[in-house]
Design a protein around this ligand. Structure first.
Ligand SMILES: Cc1cc2nc3c(=O)[nH]c(=O)nc-3n(C[C@H](O)[C@H](O)[C@H](O)COP(=O)(O)OP(=O)(O)OC[C@H]3O[C@@H](n4cnc5c(N)ncnc54)[C@H](O)[C@@H]3O)c2cc1C
Length: 598
């Protein structure tokens, strides 16, 4: 019998990024016993890596901005597939959440008259991103952590949750292990909030770090929850392409917001050739108009480099495919033509990043950039008000949840999503926990089975190295389910995943359980494979191109697909894929979108 320690909570929050921290702060404040678990050290979540800023219609730079314009931009960017109520709540509540962060100690950059400085980002009509240089996530995490650790919650660091436990249909707790000691832990809990972030490590070129293995997505799916929009994986247009060791590392959209321009090897500013019909009226028609916008002319329209990420990423892929790429297979992002002190002040991390990693000075020469797997729009289907998943007692927030961003997320809308819906998830989970008269029962045989499963890779006399299987998965996903897809490749992906699953079930690890990266990788592999299959099956189902999902065999929008989400749930141990109608939007919101098409 494997041994494990047991902990008891009303609400267990899995993940200590912006969403998890905000959820835990709220649950604690509502008086329920709250535990917070994170796979890495506290403070080392993706949120800390966020650079450009947090979108909220605070209107301190552009007074014309309102939640209604933010709502419209978000829906338009998401190609109208967003859950309208999430997009509405997000637009309405994000200014309040920014002010709350300020009250809790966050120090945003200021305008000359003392307001919060806001910068331009793709798809946002107005300058809307509240920021701290290009280190906004760091300030957000610092503030939430300070607040959280004084709120009386327990924090369990370097603890990976591997299974959710249920009592009948409802959540009863979670099982996991500590990376440092390798020891197991059983958390009994009335409610669990999943705030585990994204899935980027399924791809070869990604801006994401080692933690993004889709754990929350798979925990929810395996517990029976509905998964929505899994086909929509955002490829950020500007990741580093050189040197190879850092390929995929993000180059913030703030570079383009602050004047950076995209050029091909011929020196052409090619984005002017890729402006979609739906955005024609919003975008500058010439370089001269784009320059006037940059100089602050309110009559001028935004430069085409600030089109949404899906549009920019596809344009870069076309330029490279047509032979106009940069020496290392990307394109050029140039901000060196601007005043070097301005660049260093606005983009200190980017200046440092390129100096340290590529040995080049972005104030003197252009960067080489190309698309990188960045953000999962798809995730756990949740109720917009409470963030409750379709399994009683289960909640999700942040990147692990789906619905908010539709087919494509606008830059900056994640950080605001985290605090708007993290707070709602904490509240939803606390209220649910309070409503239960007794604690759900954990089946100890189930916990025992989890422990046994986790140790299997130690018990084989031979087997493959889990890192080799992971690498094969990343190559395969990049090739078959990446930025441009078709039916043949997606079917090949699903077949290949079956083969990789077989290989993963035979991997062998050696050594002890303490800080054993091979063992940790063997455990993560299962989630990476399942999340990749969710993505490939959803991508196969959506026979159109929309937002971040590009099908070369169905290159256009399809009216029928404009009305449905692709939903996947586990039934009889298999993935059941369904098309389900979008929730009906009220007339007053429809009016805000009049004249806009997807
Ligand atoms: C380089 C970069 C720059 C970005 N810049 C911006 C930006 O400027 N603006 C913006 O809006 N968005 C930006 N984003 C996106 C945004 O940062 C993320 O979407 C967001 O931070 C996700 O927050 P989260 O709380 O959902 O997850 P995270 O912040 O990633 O936190 C996930 C947490 O879950 C834990 N975890 C994962 N699995 C488990 C498990 N099995 N058991 C226990 N714990 C687990 C992790 O340890 C971590 O604590 C950027 C992303 C990247 C990668």
């Amino acid at each position: 019998m494997a041994s494990y320690e047991t902990r008891d909570y009303d609400v267990l929050v899995v993940g200590a990024g912006g969403a998890g921290l905000r959820a835990a702060i709220e649950a604690s404040a509502l008086g329920v016993k709250t535990g917070l678990v994170c796979k890495s050290l506290l403070g080392k979540a993706h949120t800390v890596m966020a650079e450009g800023g947090m979108a909220a219609a605070v209107a301190s730079v552009d007074p014309e901005d309102t939640w209604r314009v933010h709502f419209r931009d978000t829906m338009k960017g998401g190609k109208m597939l967003n859950h309208w109520r999430m997009a509405q709540l997000h637009a309405m509540e994000s200014p309040e959440r920014v002010r709350e962060l300020q009250e809790w100690g966050a120090i945003f950059d200021r305008t000359a008259v003392g307001g919060i400085s806001q910068r331009a980002f793709g798809g946002h009509t107005y300058k809307r991103l509240c920021h701290v240089g290009d280190r906004t996530g760091l300030e957000m995490i610092r503030t939430l952590q300070d607040r959280g650790v004084h709120a009386g919650m327990d924090v369990h660091m370097e603890c990976t949750i591997t299974h959710l436990l249920k009592d009948g249909e409802r959540i009863a707790g979670a099982f996991g292990y500590f990376r440092e000691s390798g020891l197991f832990v059983l958390f009994r809990a009335k409610a669990v909030v999943l705030a585990t972030g994204g899935v980027g490590k399924a791809f070869k070129v990604t801006s994401n770090s080692w933690e993004y293995t889709g754990d929350g997505h798979v925990l929810a799916y395996e517990a029976g929850a509905d998964m929505v929009d899994m086909e929509f994986m955002q490829f950020h247009p500007t990741g580093m392409v050189w040197p190879p060791s850092v390929r995929g590392t993000l180059v913030t959209e703030g570079v383009r917001g602050d004047g950076g321009v995209l050029k091909n090897s011929k020196g052409e500013r090619f984005m002017f050739s890729y402006i979609p019909e739906a955005f024609k009226n919003d975008v500058a028609a010439s370089e001269e108009e784009a320059s006037r916008w940059l100089a602050g002319d309110k009559q001028a329209r935004r430069p085409p480099e600030l089109l949404t990420r899906d549009v920019c990423a596809r344009a870069i892929v076309s330029e490279v495919r047509e032979g106009r790429g940069s020496p290392h297979g990307g394109v050029l992002l140039d901000i060196a033509y601007m005043d070097s002190e301005y660049v260093k002040r606005r983009l200190p991390s980017m200046h440092h990043q390129f100096m340290e990693l590529a040995g080049m000075d972005i104030t003197k020469e252009p960067m080489e950039v190309g698309p990188t797997a960045h953000y999962a729009m798809g995730g756990v289907r949740v109720d917009p008000e409470t963030q409750a998943a379709t399994v009683p007692g289960l909640f999700a927030a942040g990147e692990a949840a789906g619905g908010m961003h539709g087919a494509n997320r606008l830059g900056g809308n994640s950080l605001s999503d985290l605090v708007v819906f993290g707070r709602r998830a904490g509240q939803g989970a606390a209220e649910y926990a309070k409503s239960l008269r007794e604690k759900p029962r954990v089946n100890l045989a189930e916990a025992e089975a989890c422990a046994k499963e986790l140790l299997e890779s130690f018990n084989r006399s031979e087997g493959e190295n889990p890192f080799v299987v992971h690498e094969a998965l990343q190559d395969m996903m990049e090739k078959n389910a990446g930025i441009v897809r078709n039916e043949k490749d997606l079917r090949a992906a699903i077949d290949a995943l079956a083969g990789l699953r077989k290989r993963a079930s035979g991997v062998k690890v050696s050594g002890t359980r303490q800080y054993n990266p091979g063992w940790n990788e063997a455990i993560d592999l299962k989630n990476l494979l399942t999340v990749s299959e969710l993505l490939a099956r959803a991508a196969l189902e959506r026979k159109e191109s929309r937002g971040a999902h590009t099908r070369e065999d169905y290159p256009d929008y399809d009216k029928a697909f404009a009305k449905v989400n692709v939903v996947i749930r586990r039934r009889d141990g298999a993935m059941q894929v369904a098309q389900e109608p979008l929730p009906e939007m009220p007339d007053e919101l429809k009016k805000l979108l009049e004249g806009e098409s997807a």
